[in-house]
Design a protein around this ligand. Sequence first.
Ligand code: BGC
Length: 808
Amino acid sequence: MPDIATHPDTVRHLVPLLDRLTLEQKAALVQGADFWTTVPLPEIGLRAMTLSDGPAGVRGPRWDEREPSLNLPSGSALAASWDIDLAYRYGAAAASEARRKGVDVVLGPTINLHRSPLGGRHFECFSEDPELSAELAAAYVRGLQDNGVAATPKHYVANDSETDRFTVDVRVDERALRELYLLPFERAVEAGAWTLMSAYNAVDGVTMTENDLLETPLNSEWGFDGVVISDWTAVRSLDAVPAAQDLAMPGPAPAWADLVTAIRDGRRSEADLDRKVLRLLLLAERVGALGDAAPVEPAPLDGPAFARAAAIEGTVLLHNAGVLPVDAASLGRLAVIGQNAREARTQGGGSATVIPEAVVSPLDAIRTAVPGADVRYEIGAVVQEGVAEIPLAQLRNPATGEAGMRVAFFDAEGTELFAENRRSTALVWFGGDAPIAASATVVFETLYTPAETGEIELGFAGANPGRLFVDEGLVLDDAPVIEGSDLGAAFLNPPSITATVAVEAGRETAVRVEFTRAAAGALSGALSATLGIAPERTDPAELIARAVAEAAASDVAIVVVGTNAKVESEGYDRTSLDLPGHQDDLVRAVAATGTPTVVVVNAGSPVVLPWAGEVAAIVQGYFGGQEFGHAIADVLTGTAEPGGRLPTTWPAALADVPVTEVVPTDGRLEYREGLHIGYRAWLKADAEPAFPFGHGLGYTTWTWDAAQRVGDTVEVTLVNTGERAGKHVVQVYAERADSTVERPARWLVGFATVQAAPGETVTAAIPVPSRRLAHWAGEWVVEPGEYTLRAGASVADLPLTVNWTAAK
Ligand code: BGC
């Protein structure tokens, strides 16, 4: 338990400031002022600090399309770069966005592990490997904080899946906890993280905001002197006060409403509160929110250029039978197929969502990249589920005449309290100016001009009942059905209902939805509602037939397949690794035409590709951020080298995956596999994945020349034997044949990216500090003796070996 006498040295100079505060002021400080800000105390020169999600960009305190954000590639795409320098620049880019938006604390990176491919927030996390996650986390933290903005590695700890996320009790043995799940947090703290987020779940029976793990190892061993911020509403009781839980968000926190009284009557100690306040004051000083210190000016940023470069580095060429890169100059006719080619998914769903100014689709980018080719588009298969917002160009705000929609808020008496003009029909209020809690009804009004004549599925999504009027006629009066009990998930990825409505091309149609606000407990000040159109009811066979006809008439077919918002989002896990809809049938049918078929996968996590052996090339593009389309076009045409290597094993079928379980039994989720997750589990099971951890191809060829030990470094020499410049990721794994303790068959101990011109020889120097060979036995222990270090291009392709003796 924390003790006031054990304050880190870094906070001691703030004690005189603390002494000026009343008990009430201190109690207010350790709870948010609202959804996203902390309490200001001008009398001591403390301004409010603003916290914000990404972490793949920075949303800012308002969820509003009128204040767009740079949308960077998601966590799994960043990890696919295996590039520490890129992760640093990514953090710096986030800092620049944060400052632009008045944000002091970015709620990221998300560094839980890819324990099971079914994990719903897989796209947001980095990798199945703790070492890769740890190095990237540390670099991201430094990139942010060197530019004056606090990082919040999250969610501490064992929040590796989403099912029953508020209550699940994770049972994990101490070695697995230390060697796997805690390791990225340890390295992020070593990199100097100023804050950390405690998770919703429990570990070993105690919810994380009250868990001793907040003290040991975090404070007592790792020397963390920052602020533990709770995940939103994760503080459940005053039992989090004696724990090292510092800031309860959002605020004021109902669970701590009684804090002052509890301290006055001796149920809680003021020393515990003081400890939290000192840390908050230190954070304020660090981000420039205390006294006269101005915030650090972040480095200037060309956002779109960086997003494009980052997406290229995270794009993994999984398979290439020689068709890539395509020769843009000689292409006559090109078929681009797939809903995600036109409506790319650039990020996963949930709190990580940011609103970009514009998204570059693969279709548009390919058209730009091959101006001489006749590019034809077919949807091929419907991927979208539920309603999607109506394009802005088809909307007119009846109040202003400008593109968009009017939204008005009414109290129970029908008095208009507030109105705003919006430029999107998919809206979330989670902070901001609108009086959500006081509103009984919220009305959307717009004039919609359809592009085509016919029947559309018009409707709305949200957690509230609504009435939809088209040209003053009532067409829908119902409530979407919320599945599951995670209100947050329903909020961020709401269910939808629709009615079939006949529309005419070019004729302006008045559309109005009246939402009745249902009480929403902890989320009563928040609202999520979308007016939109669901996919039309089409015959899947007909869509495939049209795509096949187009492919058959083309020189090359590019099929972009992917997931949708119902598959990859916060708040729930996946139940299948299959691509949604009829996409597998589509790819098979296109490939069967004999036209060389390139498949681009637009998914944040592994999906099963049952047709992998039937196509000419497969490119995994992840959720590539707003410049996703350009990155894909650059890689397909060879303007850029595909920079990525898999940060997670890709299975051929869900049934092959050694560790999948994400559903608790009697409230408990047992990590029975211990140390063996990801490739470690595949090796142990002697099972073959579709694509191994670390795998990824480039456009040049390499030979692996030599590896040797120099001090505590492995030097790996390789030669670019091809005709193009290229990037490679040198990976070093350890094995210990005669271990006295259980070990993974092989584990990653280091890696480095190299670049080489044609014919060039390069040497990567990869440090292997002895800790990388250690195991946890109540402390870190390096078994003395022989280890084998193996270097190569993936966990399954390790041509070079170094014998490594660890000293006694
Ligand atoms: C998520 C966090 C996020 C927070 C604030 C929670 O539901 O788990 O990752 O930072 O909401 O949006």
